[in-house]
Design a protein around this ligand. Structure first.
Ligand SMILES: *Cc1c(COP(=O)(O)O)cnc(C)c1O
Length: 413
């Protein structure tokens, strides 16, 4: 569910006309619904209430400060994967003991900074990283909490670029390594091994892979008499982009709660997409139309630098007109492509829709996760603006970049 709905012929975000935002702020523009963000956060919170988990929103899915502040005020913690995300976390006002820090390539300075800040724990992805965290903690005369990220080697049945829990991916360590780490605890005197972390992938629409991974981990802990306090099951809950039928938070909870309760472990989750995916759209304008051979193209002002998911993951986003066409309007098939000089620059292919006109506004749905955060300046295009709507008010929460922003820090050498 989300709060992007038609009233009459016009698409609204909550009580604000999308067209009005596009007129005032320009296109392409990302628009977030504050109340949809909160709805989705509360869905997970409610479904798992029995075990009062710590829900750490995955900052990489949408790192805008307004988004982070909204969720942090509602009680969320944060899952960060870099020093930059930790910096955003600090600005969001989140309490340090609600931050978990993952990522395969943490640098020494990032580790020192996070220890000084007092985060809840690091999700550790290799023995060398663990040794470095131990040395950093010693240097600061602290004892630091860590969770070991185990790669449970389960399939998640999702796109190969967002599968992270199979043995051939770079994430986490295998069960044998976990064993070795716990058996050689004495090597890491400045570290408390307090948890196990898994994150098996993203856009997972079925609860089975989660359940399998959790079962496998719990069995492993029991068999090897490894005692920890926390089980962090990562993120990955799938959402509706077009035709998917993902599990609901309730359905997910029903499957995993019995396992968690029985284990007695404190639960942590790191949902990203589930909370912010359907809370955002990207609005783009049709610049030109053209036909070549068998194809009809609509060239729009939002490209792969603004939203890379279709190009990178072959993701299918529903695209709708911001103003509904008149009944009986003629239809045709379009490839909706951006202005970037790459064949891979498209938002959608072979979409049947009303024949588009120049200046028409289109809304790319479910663009709230991995949209703006993955955008770039490729082709020297300033990044889009971001807008947050709450009720009948909207505000620009990230200004559109300008040409000066593009060359900031450059010199002629
Ligand atoms: C990306 C990521 C998440 C969030 O994944 P979603 O699919 O957006 O829920 C959570 N945890 C880790 C470690 C991640 O890398």
């Amino acid at each position: 569910m989300h709060r992007f709905k038609y009233k009459g012929n016009s698409l609204y975000c909550e009580n604000v006309k999308v067209e009005e935002i596009a007129k005032e702020v320009g296109t392409p523009v990302y628009i977030y619904s504050k109340n949809t963000l909160l709805d989705h956060y509360r869905k997970i919170e409610d479904a798992l209430r029995e075990v009062s988990p710590l829900i750490c929103f995955s900052v990489k899915s949408n790192s805008n400060l307004a988004v982070l502040k909204t969720l942090v005020s509602a009680g969320a913690g944060l899952d960060v994967v870099s020093g930059g995300e930790l910096y955003r976390g600090k600005l969001s006002g989140v309490r340090p003991e609600k931050i978990v820090y993952a990522g395969v390539g943490k640098k020494r300075d990032e580790i020192l900074d996070a220890i000084r800040y007092g985060i809840l724990f690091f999700n550790v992805e290799s023995e060398e990283e663990l040794a470095l965290i131990n040395r950093c903690a010693l240097e600061l005369r602290k004892k630091v909490n860590v969770a070991i990220r185990v790669n449970p080697d389960v399939g998640a049945h999702t796109h190969k670029y967002i599968t992270t829990g199979k043995g051939h991916t770079k994430f986490g360590v295998d069960f044998n390594t976990v064993k070795r780490i716990f058996r050689s605890k004495w090597r890491y005197r400045n570290v408390n091994l307090r948890g196990i972390h898994i994150h098996i992938g993203s856009q997972i629409v079925n609860p089975n892979p989660f359940q399998n991974a959790i079962k496998k981990v719990l069995k492993f802990l029991k068999e090897n008499k490894i005692f920890v306090e926390y089980l962090n099951i990562g993120g990955g809950l799938g959402i509706v982009y077009s035709f998917e039928k993902p599990q609901t938070a309730k359905h997910f909870a029903k499957r995993i709660l019995p396992l968690i309760k029985k284990s007695g472990l404190k639960l942590i989750l790191e949902p990203g997409r589930f909370i912010c995916g359907n809370s955002g759209i990207m609005v783009t304008k049709v610049l030109f139309r053209k036909k070549t051979g068998q194809k009809r193209f609509a060239i729009v002002d939002g490209g792969m630098n603004d939203l890379i998911r279709p190009s990178l993951y072959e993701a299918h986003h529903t695209i709708v007109p911001v103003t509904l066409p008149k009944k009986g309007a003629k239809k045709g098939k379009f490839d909706i492509v951006g202005p970037i000089c790459e064949t891979g620059d498209f938002l959608a292919k072979d979409r049947r829709m009303k024949l588009l006109d120049r200046g028409d506004l289109l809304a790319v749905m479910a663009a709230g996760a991995y949209g703006y955060t993955m955008s770039s300046n490729y082709n020297s295009r300033p990044r889009a603006a971001e807008v947050m709507v709450s009720g009948s008010k909207f505000s620009v929460v990230k200004k559109r970049e300008n040409y000066r922003d593009l060359v900031r820090g450059e010199s002629s050498g």
